[in-house]
Design a protein around this ligand. Structure first.
Ligand code: ATP
Ligand code: MG
Length: 372
């Protein structure tokens, strides 16, 4: 799975991203039209490229056209092309995107912005694989794989009569929904690290590191602009930083956060959905991880002082030396710490090492010793 994701350029080990990768691998080989749905900046174009890369058209071109970025009056000509003299200003014949993408993939972004009149023609191309250039008398046949994307709820646009229902039904047959970053926080450390690496390489800077408090901040932030906002924030933070360490302070002014002390005893805001409340609890619990570790260590040393663990350990291991018993219990705690840190870091060893305040090499050694 890791290899596949790497090859497709998809970062993220959350269940959501793994499931998406599975579906991509399932739908990519056929020529079926795919609709990608998700908030702005979640990675819709990344997923579209991944589908193309995993398809039999991978060595052909993927062309993208943003339906929302082109004036309505020009969109049809961009899509279908036109013949010389077909309208004022059409001084030359021109191929449209459907012809240019022949044998390859056409990615239509912001499909919800397509005017109704164009939608009729578009649906016809989906169904017949042929279309007419503006001003042409004959149809042109093409072999194009279509991928469409939207950050708008198309059902809602259908209800408002701004999107054709027949086209919507056709498109939603295979719909991939990319969850917002706040619903897959597990991906944050790996994405952040990825963007750091790329930025530092491109700018010939030594690789910067994120401190634990910076990671906590990135983890807690709701990322309304999703992955794009994370990428921009990381890049800006590096550009503005004079050191090779990015701290929470490096990000604080870039993100719209309200300052909140990390404590499990904080009141829960009432105007939240059950999901949000649960999420908040989970993340707060995660932020307590460091404190937990210290407490656990403390607890174990107290318990072994009082001989609570000692008896059990002594029975199994016949140790008479108190120090050795202590070590065994601390091993258990350490294993627990490592497991939890690895979970929190989404399996990313460098991040986990940061959380644990140990070198990456030490962590590797310990993971191996623990058989993790
Ligand atoms: N899973 C991911 N792995 C690697 N990079 C990602 C991932 N998701 C998003 N990105 C990066 O985040 C940025 C935004 O992604 P993308 O352009 O695909 O978002 P989008 O959903 O198309 O946004 P919009 O709705 O604004 O068009 C890009 O730089 C992209 O490379
Ligand atoms: Mg996009």
């Amino acid at each position: 799975m890791d290899e596949i994701q790497k090859k497709l350029g998809i970062i993220g080990k959350s269940k959501e991203m793994r499931d998406l990768t599975d579906i991509i691998m399932q739908v990519a080989p056929s020529d079926i039209t795919v609709l990608i749905y998700g908030e702005s900046g979640v990675g819709k174009e990344v997923i579209a490229r991944a589908i193309h890369k995993a398809s039999k058209r991978a060595d052909k071109e993927l062309l993208s056209l943003n339906c929302g970025a082109i004036p309505e009056s020009l969109l049809e000509s961009e899509l279908f092309g036109h013949n010389k003299g077909s309208f004022t200003g059409a001084i030359e014949s021109r191929k449209g995107y459907f012809e240019l993408a022949d044998n390859g993939t056409l990615f239509l972004d912001e499909i919800g912005e397509m005017p109704l009149s164009t939608q009729v023609k578009f649906l016809r191309v989906l169904e017949t694989k042929e279309f007419m250039r503006i001003g042409a008398e004959k149809t042109t046949k093409v072999d194009v794989r279509l991928i469409a994307a939207t950050n708008k709820n198309l059902q809602y646009l259908v209800d408002e009569k701004r999107f054709r229902e027949d086209l919507y039904f056709r498109l939603k047959a295979v719909m991939l929904e990319i969850p917002p970053l706040r619903k897959r926080k597990q991906d944050i450390p790996e994405l952040a690290e990825h963007f750091i690496k790329i930025y530092c390489e491109n700018n010939q800077r030594p690789l910067v590191q994120l401190t634990t408090d910076a990671l906590d901040l990135l983890y807690e932030y709701p990322w309304p602009g999703n992955v794009r906002e994370l990428k921009n924030s990381v890049e800006t933070a590096i550009a503005l930083s004079r050191s090779d360490l990015l701290t929470a302070d490096s990000f604080r002014n870039l993100l719209k956060t309200e300052e909140r002390p990390a404590s499990v005893n904080l009141p829960v805001r009432l105007n939240k959905t059950a999901d949000e409340v649960e999420r908040d609890f989970i993340y707060r619990a995660l932020f307590e991880l460091k404190k937990d570790i210290i407490e656990l260590k403390d607890m174990v040393s107290k318990l072994s002082e009082n001989g609570v663990f000692g008896a059990e350990t002594a029975v199994h291991h016949h140790h008479s030396n108190g120090e050795e018993r202590d070590e065994l219990n601390l091993d258990k705690v350490e294993k627990e710490m490592i497991v939890r840190a690895m979970e929190k870091a989404g399996g990313n060893k460098r991040m986990a090492a940061l959380y644990l305040n140990m070198s990456e090499r030490t962590l590797y050694r310990k993971l191996e010793k623990l058989g993790l």
